[in-house]
Write a protein of this length. Structure first.
Lengths: 133, 470
């Protein structure tokens, strides 16, 4: 169901797996405004076209992986919080990226709807003061 | 105390005896040649010192010389250590007997005593068996001197002093040499025992190393399979995510439909207008399309998980102690399917299999070989290139070839390919046991495993397995 809020947060979703994109859209279409990209390059192109409240990135993608994309976004759009979604266990490079603030959170696949909603919500709230200024 | 080190086994004893034979024969012949020259030379001294005895002495010396040279010739190429020793013993006995006959008759006793002893001392001191020689000499000198004094009581004091001094010094020197020799022998004995102990320690260390290697080999299997499983876990998590997160929207759709159906079921005609409004609000087309989409996505996800499970089941065939009849192609196909799931865009893994007869094998172990070869190929090509695995029947052997378009194996690495712990991969990427383990597995199957040296561009590994008569 549509959230009665004034504006729905804009989420940039990046995953090379179409089924995963559709699943996310189906789960959150009522709560977020979702733009999806199948690769890092496509995501950067979308980001260049307009502001987003949060980027939700799959870690394992051919070509540019999730961390590389997060790094590019951090340089080009430092105010867009990055969340990485991964099917791998506790990859040390992901934990390190979270520790040094490159990504806000690392979410394990299969994700839980309510938990992911909370994480995205936290990212949006972080972004909000920056967006207003 | 014998000079022989502590030996084990027939081969060691034979080698030692061959070594003794060689040495003792050579030394015996030197001594005999020495005697063969020295004895006739003494005939000159006989003429000078004891002219009245020259004739009988000449006969003895001729016999002695002939015996020396005869034995010298006889020992050439002698293969029996016992005969060499017998000949030497005989020659020494003959020399002693000759001296015993001659010495009591001479006037220049001390000169002869000294001269005869030289015959023993000179060659004996030169050679390694000088101790035995010195002992033999002193025994002979004592016997001869005793005989001489017994038979010739009218000797002067000067002769007595000379003989006494000579015998005493010979006894001291030979005793000293005996001690020195015994010490040397003891050291050799000690050294051989030390060596034996070290050997035992080394054997134990080797055993431990073998155990460690066996453990490492199983850990190599774990690390290779672990890497595969990490990739598969990701592969399973994607469809699992689809399944997990499509259930909730489907449940919501169903709840709305059921709700509407209940109202309709109540069947109150007065409510018909309200029901229609509610129905219209439902947007049935959208719910249907969305539900079907979610169901399709879930079905695809289930199929993906089932396929992974099917491949895994073929890949992880339990390592039963007995070999079983199996189709090698099945394992190759499953292994390739498991590895092909997460490849970079530019990388390809293709499978080209010809029908094969089933062979007796450990399918799980062979899959480890295919996995290793394919993973190595994929590591070699990196982001761009192709790995091809093919199988065919070549006579009574099955031939499986894995070819990659990577940089190939550097010539300096080729000889060490199957060496345990040899790796060119980064730390953490490879244990250096993959190929070594695979090699052992193929050997256990009576097969052959080699890098094709003629293949140009990339690496081509060929595994040959016998089609056993069943």
């Amino acid at each position: 169901m549509e959230t009665p809020d004034r504006v729905r947060p804009k989420v940039l979703l990046v995953d090379d797996d179409a089924a995963n994109l559709r699943t996310f859209e189906r789960a959150f279409r009522g709560e977020f405004e979702i733009a999806s990209a199948r690769s890092g390059e496509a995501a950067l192109a979308l980001l260049a076209g307009g502001p987003y409240d949060v980027a939700l990135i799959d870690y394992s993608m051919p070509g540019m992986d999730g961390l590389q994309l997060a790094d590019r976004i951090a340089r080009a759009h430092p105010d867009v919080p990055r969340i990485v979604v991964t099917g791998y266990g506790d990859l040390p490079e992901l934990l390190a990226a979270e520790e040094r603030g490159l990504v806000l959170a690392v979410v394990m696949k299969p994700w839980d709807r309510s938990e992911l909603r909370r994480t995205v919500g936290r990212a949006v709230r972080l972004r909000a003061p920056a967006a207003r200024s | 105390v014998t000079g022989e080190p502590v030996l084990r086994g027939r081969r060691a004893r034979l080698a030692w005896e061959a070594d003794c034979l060689e040495r003792e024969r050579r030394e015996a012949r030197i001594v005999l040649a020495f005697g063969g020259v020295l004895i006739p030379a003494w005939a000159l001294f006989d003429l000078l010192l004891e002219p009245q005895l020259a004739r009988p002495f000449a006969l003895l010396r001729t016999v002695g010389t002939a015996a020396c040279w005869g034995a010298f010739v006889a020992l050439r190429g002698e293969r029996s250590l016992a005969r060499v020793r017998a000949v030497v013993g005989g020659a020494v006995a003959l020399a002693g007997a000759t001296i015993a006959v001659m010495l009591p008759a001479v006037r220049n006793f001390s000169a002869y005593l000294f001269g005869f002893s030289l015959c023993f001392w000179a060659p004996g001191a030169l050679l390694s068996w000088r101790v035995r020689h010195a002992l033999g000499l002193s025994a002979w000198l004592l016997a001869v001197a005793a005989a001489a004094f017994a038979l010739w009581p009218g000797r002067g004091l000067a002769d007595l002093v000379t003989a006494g001094f000579y015998l005493a010094s010979a006894a001291v020197v030979s005793t000293g040499m005996t001690f020195a020799h015994r010490r040397a022998m003891y050291r050799a004995f000690e050294a051989s025992h030390l060596l034996e102990r070290r050997n035992a320690e080394l054997e134990r260390a080797l055993e431990r190393l073998g155990d460690a290697q066996a453990r490492l080999v199983s850990s190599e299997k774990l690390s290779a399979v672990g890497r595969l499983l990490a990739g598969l876990s990701h592969e399973i998590n994607n469809p699992l995510n689809v399944l997990h997160n499509n259930v909730e929207p489907l449940r919501e759709h169903l709840a709305r439909l059921v709700d509407a159906a209940r109202v309709a079921g109540a069947g109150d005609p007065a409510e018909l207008a309200a029901l229609r409004a509610r129905w219209a609000e439902l947007d049935l087309d959208w719910i249907t399309a969305d539900s079907l989409d979610a169901i399709d996505a879930s079905r695809v996800a289930v199929d993906r998980i089932r396929q992974i499970q099917r491949d895994l089941r073929v890949f992880v065939r339990g390592d039963a102690p007995e070999m079983v009849l199996a189709d090698v192609n099945e394992g190759i196909r499953a292994t390739a399917a498991l590895l092909a799931r997460r490849l970079p865009d530019g990388a390809a893994l293709s499978v080209d299999l010809s029908p094969l007869p089933p062979i007796r094998c450990h399918p799980g172990q062979l899959n480890q070989v295919w996995h290793n070869l394919l993973q190595n190929g994929l590591d070699a090509i990196g982001e761009r290139g192709a790995v091809t695995v093919s199988s065919r029947l070549a006579g009574d052997r099955i031939e499986v070839a894995v070819v990659d378009t990577g940089p190939g194996i550097a010539p300096e690495h080729r000889a060490r390919l199957f060496e345990p712990f040899f790796t060119t991969k980064d730390v953490g990427k490879g244990t250096g046991l993959g190929l070594a383990t695979s090699y052992q597995i193929v050997q256990r199957h009576g097969g052959a495993f080699a890098l094709d040296p003629t293949h140009a561009g990339g690496a081509r590994f060929v595994v040959e397995l016998p089609v056993a008569a069943t």
